[in-house]
Design a protein around this ligand. Structure first.
Ligand code: NDP
Ligand code: 8X3
Length: 254
């Protein structure tokens, strides 16, 4: 499948997976629509990817009016989005539920769930009108497998998984496709620095003694899922490094 003449929109392109996905699709010749909150990062990435065709503009996915304005302001050459990668997201904190910061919970719900569904809602009508398009959501193993401190982060990713399935159900009479990609432990992004509010030492401990997935592994998975023949829908993909596996149920003995 050729990506030349196709338009790929990536949320959260300013770091980690989003940047890697942007680089991968630029190398394949796609037109790119890139967003995130940090305008300086977007400008640097657009400059790095030149002469690839890039439309990059700041967007906070928690702001529904800003999403509508962003989509309405797409230059004509970038307006027909073929692939939307809903990647913007974050974990905040790893505290037990009774000690977790309620503001962190709101931010995760507003970004990972409300933001993702509203970006999808803004892009979807054009895809349906063209009867062509693919929504790739970046979920997480945390949406299927519980772990202590994963409380609301995992809940948002479980909701993303179910939203993905329900989108597939809604769109079954169209040629649109929906995929939920559910990575496990992955290094090379700012995920853990963000989760631990800038505590670099604690972030580094997450990956100590492991060989985690890389952002490039995630980008490769997105490209693979989006490059299947048009009659094939890859519904969900869970990928982990070989050093990670699902654990058993927790038993606490007194
Ligand atoms: P990073 O922190 O490196 O990147 C997160 C991206 O999301 C940044 O570009 C950030 O941009 C963007 N973002 C955050 N909040 C907003 C917002 N309100 N509006 C717009 N953009 C926002 O993390 P990763 O690359 O690791 O994470 C990408 C996705 O992958 C997330 O959804 C995460 O939950 C998921 N994931 C990560 C895993 C990991 O181990 N790393 C494993 C499984 C899933 P900016 O700050 O400029 O707005
Ligand atoms: C990121 C992976 O295990 O930190 O979604 O939740 S995990």
């Amino acid at each position: 499948m050729s990506w030349t003449d196709r338009t790929v929109m990536i949320t959260g392109a300013t770091a980690g997976f989003g940047t890697a996905i942007a680089r991968r699709f630029a190398a394949l010749g796609a037109r790119l629509v890139l967003c995130g909150r940090r305008a300086d990062r977007l400008a640097a990435l657009a400059a790095e990817l030149a002469p690839a065709p890039v439309h990059a503009a700041p967007l906070d996915v928690r702001d529904r009016a800003a999403i509508a304005a962003f989509v309405a302001a797409l230059p004509p050459a970038f307006a027909a989005i073929d692939l939307l990668v809903n990647n913007a997201g974050l974990a905040l904190g790893l505290d037990r539920a009774d000690r977790a910061d309620p503001d962190d919970w709101d931010t995760m719900i507003d970004t990972n769930l409300r933001g993702l569904v509203q970006v999808t809602r803004a892009v979807l009508p054009g895809m349906v009108a063209r009867d062509r398009g693919h929504i790739v959501n970046i979920g997480s193993v945390a949406g299927s497998h519980p772990y202590p401190g994963g409380n609301v982060y995992g809940a948002t990713k479980a909701a993303v998984a179910q939203f993905s399935y329900n989108l597939q159900a809604d769109l079954v009479a169209t040629r649109l496709r929906v995929t939920n990609i559910e990575p496990g432990l992955c290094g090379g992004s700012e995920f853990s620095q963000v989760r631990f509010h800038g505590d670099e030492g604690r972030a580094a401990q997450v990956y100590a003694g492991t060989e985690p997935l890389t952002a490039e592994d995630i980008a490769e998975t997105v490209v693979w899922a989006a490059s299947q023949p048009p009659h094939v829908n890859i519904g969900r993909i869970e990928l982990t490094p070989i050093c990670q596996a699902p654990g058993g149920l927790v038993v606490h003995r007194r």
